[in-house]
Design a protein around this ligand. Structure first.
Ligand code: UDP
Length: 143
């Protein structure tokens, strides 16, 4: 299986719930390695740009308001089949539909405030990683 990189955000609701470590622990237990990470409070422009593909959707305004409501932690995860594996660990967008034991099933309150973001495909991952990280911020494991 291919070693892939994917992009992940621990959203403002999860940071507020103080479950950053719990979420990192799930990445690590599933063989995903953090190779870059940063905490920041997104600007309106950053959030709108990141979610530009949803611009015409009814939930866009609320989604952007939510994403700028507090700090987030973003990371690049590396591992075998990382894009799909990360999506599996996260669970479905709507926590009511998420498989028990997934991050969203266990911690998300609603489809709007659903704790985590993860790239949905390899090409998306490359674009999303580049949106927030420069190449010299990525730290592939050397040991
Ligand atoms: N979202 C929302 N209402 C909806 C659908 C999506 O607020 O009806 C938000 C939610 O935070 C979701 C994000 O928009 O995570 C992006 O939606 P997408 O369908 O790409 O889901 P994801 O890839 O995050 O599972």
């Amino acid at each position: 299986m291919a070693i892939e990189r994917t992009f992940s955000i621990i959203k403002p609701d999860a940071v507020a719930k103080n479950i950053i470590g719990e979420i990192y622990s799930r990445f690590e237990k599933n063989g995903l390695k953090v190779i870059a990470a940063k905490m920041l409070h997104l600007s309106q422009e950053q959030a709108e740009g990141f979610y530009a593909e949803h611009k015409e959707r009814g939930f866009f305004k609320d989604l952007v308001a939510f994403m700028v409501s507090g700090p987030v932690i973003m990371q690049v995860l590396e591992g075998e089949n990382a894009v799909l594996k990360h999506r599996e660990i996260m669970g479905a967008t709507n926590p009511k539909e998420a498989v028990p034991g997934t991050i969203r099933a266990d911690f998300a309150d609603s489809i709007d405030e659903n704790v985590v973001h993860g790239s949905d495909a390899l090409a998306t991952a490359e674009r999303e990683i580049a949106y927030f990280f420069s190449n010299d911020e990525l730290c592939p494991r050397t040991r």
